[in-house]
Ligand binder design. Sequence first.
Ligand code: PHE
Length: 337
Amino acid sequence: MLTEIAAARDAALAEIDAAPSLDELSALASRLTGKRGRLATLKSGLGALASVEEKKRAGQAVNEALAAVSAALDARRSSLAADALAERVARERLDLTEVTAVPGRGHAHLVTQAWERLEDVFVGLGFRIAEGPEVETDWHNFEALNMGEGHPARGEFDTLFLDHVAPGGAPGSTVLRTHTSPVQIRTMLQQRPPIFIVAPGRVFRRDTPDATHMPVFHQIEGLVVDRDITMADLAGTIEAFTKAFFGAEFTSRLRPSYFPFTEPSAEFDIQRPNGEWIELGGCGMVHPNVLRAGGLDPEEWSGFAFGFGIDRMAKERHGVEDLREMYSDDLRFVRQF
Ligand code: PHE
């Protein structure tokens, strides 16, 4: 009897080991452990054994054999399942080599690069970054900047108006900001001096695109308000910026000009090492009316502001001939920078 049990167990284990798939294994399992299985048959034949001692030993042997079979079934089941999963993963693997045939990451656009470097340089000079909305009120964009209704300077901005009417606003008083200067007003209304901020951002004008104009472009605004700020601080800051951004061989100058929101006002130019001058932007001492609109007493506070085009600057810096190329999505252009 014991030899028969051992033989039945070994045959079962060999079959389990050889089961080629999960389906076949489960058929095998019901055959081996079911009532009609060889071990079950042997078990029910135990009663015919002569002595109690024999019954006991044979019974224990059958139970051990059944336990061994069921352990072997479990082990085979998990190994077949692991094989099946590995095979499925291999079968469904996506081969992306074609799509990523040109490895490598992209990079920031020329204008973004200039924008980020400007921020770095100004933060290095002690400025904070400020922000304002691209959709502005007439008040922030013009009125508070000393350009009341009917001010001739408004006409120079080629403003894009929105149909949207702000709560409490008159029709036609919502605009796409034409410059970053409204951020001066928003900053003054938000925080007390000392104020040292730059505000880079997108601005809009109703211009037909050509080599030097885009209807959407970028400016960076600077504003300093504190006690006893003078024109010398403005000139010194512009010069420090010029050297930090363009290099020690560059220098700057201010030329008298006019802006409604600064008094006195100037244009600032930078000089290349080869002696050539490039116009960069506008600047001046913050007009008393602008300080008042920002909630500050001009007797107590003074400040300077400046603003210039980021795209224009990137264009000059890299010798790009046509501004439109910067936005053409032509990768051959973009990849050069
Ligand atoms: N906002 C002006 C422009 O867009 C530039 C400027 C900013 C001039 C700040 C003076 C002071 O042309």
